[in-house]
Design a protein around this ligand. Sequence first.
Ligand code: SF4
Length: 967
Amino acid sequence: MSDEFKTLQKFDAGNGREGLLHSLPVLEKQGFGKLSRLPISIRIVLESVLRNCDGKKVRRKDVETLANWNARKPANEEIPFVVARIVLQDFTGVPLVVDLAAMRSAVQRLGGDPGIIEPLVPVDLVVDHSVQVDFFGSAAALRLNLEMEFKRNRERYQFLKWGQQAFKTFGLIPPGIGIVHQVNLEYLAKGVLSTQLSTPNSQLFYPDTLVGTDSHTTMINGLGVVGWGVGGIEAEAGMLGQPVYFLTPQVVGVNLTGRLREGVTATDLVLHITQLLRARKVVGKFVEFYGEGAASLPVPDRATIGNMSPEYGATMGYFPVDQESVNYLRATGRTEEQCLAFENYFRAQNMFGMPGEGEIDYSEGVKVDLGEVQPSVAGPKRPQDRIDLPALGKTFRTLLEAPVADGGYGKKNGELGALHLVDLNNSPPRDTDMPSTDKADPGIDPGEELDKFEMVANRPTPDTAQELEASPGDPFHHGRSQIGHGSVLIAAITSCTNTSNPSVMLAAGLLAKKAVERGLRVDPSVKTSLAPGSRVVTDYLDKTGLQRYLDKLGFNVVGYGCTTCIGNSGPLHPKIEKAINDYDLIAASVLSGNRNFEARVHQNVKANFLMSPPLVVAFALAGRVDVDLSRDSIGKDKNGKETYLRDLWPSLHEIREAMQSALTPETFRKLYRDFANQNPKWNEIPSSAGEVYQWDEKSDYIHEPPFFKHFSMEPGHIAEIRGARALGIFGDSVTTDHISPAGAIKPTSPAGQYLRSRGIKPEDFNSYGSRRGNDLVMTRGTFANVRIKNLMVPGTEGGVTKYFGKTDAKDKGEVMSIYDAAMRYQADAVPLMIFAGHEYGTGSSRDWAAKGTRLLGVRAVVAASFERIHRSNLVGMGVLPMQFADGTSGQSLGLDGSEIFSVTGLSDSIQSGQKVTLEITGRDGKVRSVPVTLRIDTPIEIDYYRHGGILPFVLRQLLTQQPGGLR
Ligand code: SF4
C-alpha cells in the first residue's frame, strides 16, 4: 500500500484495538490547504483520493487539487473517486450482471481468462424493484404478490443466482426482505470500513463510501456516508476498478435552524427543502446540511432529506457524522465494535460533530428555519411543486381548468363536479391492454385464488357484513362507488423515502387507529397499499398494535419492495379504468414516494401527489384531492358526526411514545440475520454454475447484448457526423422514463409485438424494468413511453416518428414507430440524432435510456441542458451529448425532422467543453450553421467516447494488463 504523503497514523479504534488511517490533520499540517475548513463531504472524498494515490489512477496532483478546494471557485478538474463499495437494485443490477457475463463471454472468445472480469470492490444487490401490487386489501396480499413476483421473474432470479456463485465479491439480498436504500441504511452501511494490511496486526480504517445504480442512493447521506447514484455503466466501471470521475463540485451549505413544529413531518420538511433548493439551482452540486437544526434531526429524518437529492437536483444531500449518527448505528443493532470504530475514526480525523455557522467554507449558503415548514403535498406532476395542505383543493381545481400548455388539464367548467357510478362487484372481462398479470395465477393454490378486486370491494373490516346490512342505502359499502375528477384511486404508503422513517410510519398507524375507532372507512374505489422498505416496519407496527388498524382501512402489507414508488402500482379495477377512459377523468393518486411525473405511478392516473404516510391515509379516507383538509370534513364518523384531520392527527408525544416501545436493536439483528434462509421460494430456484454464463436463446429475460459483437483491441477514431437524420425532437423535461420506460409493455408497441411473436401472452409480458436483461425487448422499448411527445409528429403521444428515408412520402415523411424507423435508417447506414429541450434525461438513473439510444443507432443528442447521470451515461455508451447555446432549441430553430444534419469539428483531438458546429440542411437545400458545445465534460470521457463507451474501454485495459496476454 502506498503512503505518498506520509499520512498513515495510528488511532484508537475502540475496544482496545489499534487502527491505522490516512490522517487529514497530518496532511493539513504539511501545508496542503486549510482542510479543517473544507466541507466534511469534500474531506471524505479527499481521504479516498489520498489513500488511493498510486501515481497512476490517482495522481499526487489530484490530492493537491482537492486539498486546495476553493469554496468560491472550485478548480475545474475531474476527481478520481475510488469508492469502498457499490449497491445495486435488481432493475439496474440484472443488466449490469448481464454485461459482466457478456464481457466474460467476449474474453473467452478472444482466448483470454474470463476470470479477469470480477468486481474489485464489494457489490450488494437488493432485489426490490420487481414486486407489483396485484393483490391488496387482504391478509393474503403479501404472499400472493410474492408468489406472482417469483412466477414472473424466475428466469431473472435464476440468472442472479448464477451471478452469486460466479463472482466472489457479489452479495445478494433476495426478494421479500426490503428496499435497497432502507436495507443499506439499516444493515449494509457500516459508517467506517477496514481492511487487513499485509503486515500483522495492522488494520487500515477508511470511511464507508459508495455509488449505487439508483438515484436515491443519496439516502445514505443521512448517516454521514458519502455516496450517490450513478448509471449502471459507471457502476460497472467502478466495479472493474475504475474510479468514478466527477468534476470538483461546488458545495452549498444549508444552515438548518429552529425546530419542526407539532403536526409537521419529515416529509413536509423534505418537500419544503426540495422546492427551495430546486429554485436555488443546485444541480450538479453537493449540498451539505449543518447547524443546530440539522443536529436536532434524527438520522431517519436526515435520510428522508438525503433521499430526495435527485428531486432538488443535487449530487448529494449530506449530513456530517455526529453523536446522532452513532446512536442510529447502535439502535439498529450494529456491533459495539463497529459503533466505536465509527465514532473514534471520525474524531481522529477531526470530522466528528455537526458543524456550526461559520466553521466551514461553503461555495454558497442557504438558511432554512425548520419552524417555518408547513404541512404540505407536492404535485400533481413534479416533486418540486409543493402545495400547502390547505391550498390543495383550490390548486387542483385551478389546474383542472387551466390550458394543457400551461401545465393544466384543460377541462371545461360544466364537467368538473360530475360523478360516475361504478359497480365494483360485477367485474367485466379483463382488458388485455391492461398492464398485465391480473389473472388468476395457476401457480397459486386454487383455494387462495381470491379476486383482488373482490378483496377491496369487501374491505376486510371484521364486521363488514353487519355494517353493510346496517347501511343499505350507502352505495359505497356495497362495493359500488362514484368517481370523478379528483377522486383518489390509488393511496400508497410506499417508498424508502418515508418507510425508513418510523416517525411517519407510526403516525400513519396512529391516524388509522383513530379513524377506525371513529368508524371511518375507505371507499372501495381506492386502491390502498402498504409496502415497507424492511420487515422492521412490520415488526414495530405489529408490536404497537397499529398494523391491524391499517389493515382495517385496506393498508395491508402488499410486499417489501418499491411497488408504487417505481410504478408497480398494478392494475386498477377494469370498471374504474373504463370510467376513467370513458369520461376522460383526471383521477388522483396519493403516495409517500418521491416521483410523480406523468405515467410514473399509473398510466391512467394523471394527478399524482406526494405526501407523508399519515396524509396518504387521510386522503384515502377523504377519497378526493379537491378538498382543504385543514377545514373540510374527512368523512362522517359512526354517529354521523363530521370528522376533521385535526381529530385524527397524532401528537408528537403519541408518536414518540410509540417509537420508544417499538424499536430495539435486537429486532434489527434478528431480521437481518440469515435472511437468505428465511425465503424458501428463493432457495427453491435452481441455479447454473460455472464462471462463463451459458446463454439460452429460448430466454426472453436474459439475452447476450451485442455490445462486444465486433470487439477488437484497437479503438476507432473520433470522426465528424455526416448526413444524419432526426429520430426525435422533444421539448423540455424528457425523463429517462420517457426514453426507457420501466412499466407496462403495450401489446401494440414494438416490444409487445416482438414478445407476442415469441409466443408470450400480454398477461405474461411483465414490465420493461424486469426485461432489462434482454436488449431485444429494451431496444424496442426505447422512446416507447405512451406519454412521450415527439414534435416531429405534432399532436401524437407515444413512440412515433417520421421516417424520411427511402419512402414514397419522402418529403412529408412516413409516420411509424421510432424503433421501425431506426431499423430502416440502420439498414440504410444513416446516422441518427435526437434533439431536446431543457433537463433532458431527468428522473431516475437508467442505463437503458443510454444503451437503447445507442442500439437504435443514435450517434448524438443535442439538448438545451442535460440531467447529470444521463449525460454521463450517453458518453458511457459512446453517444455524443451536445448542448445548444442559451435560448436555442430544436423548437427555436423550427426543426421538423425533415432536415439533414452534420456535426463538424470532431476529431481525435477534441477537448472537453469544446465548441463544434451543427450544420442543418433544410428541405429547400439551405444550410444553417449552429454552434453547439460538446458535453464531454472530462478528459477521461474523451477516452470513453473514442473507445465507443466505458465497457470497451475497460475491457481493452483489462485485456492489455492480463498476464501472458491473449491466448
Ligand atoms: S422505493 Fe422508490 S426511491 Fe426507494 S429504491 Fe425503490 S424506486 Fe427508488
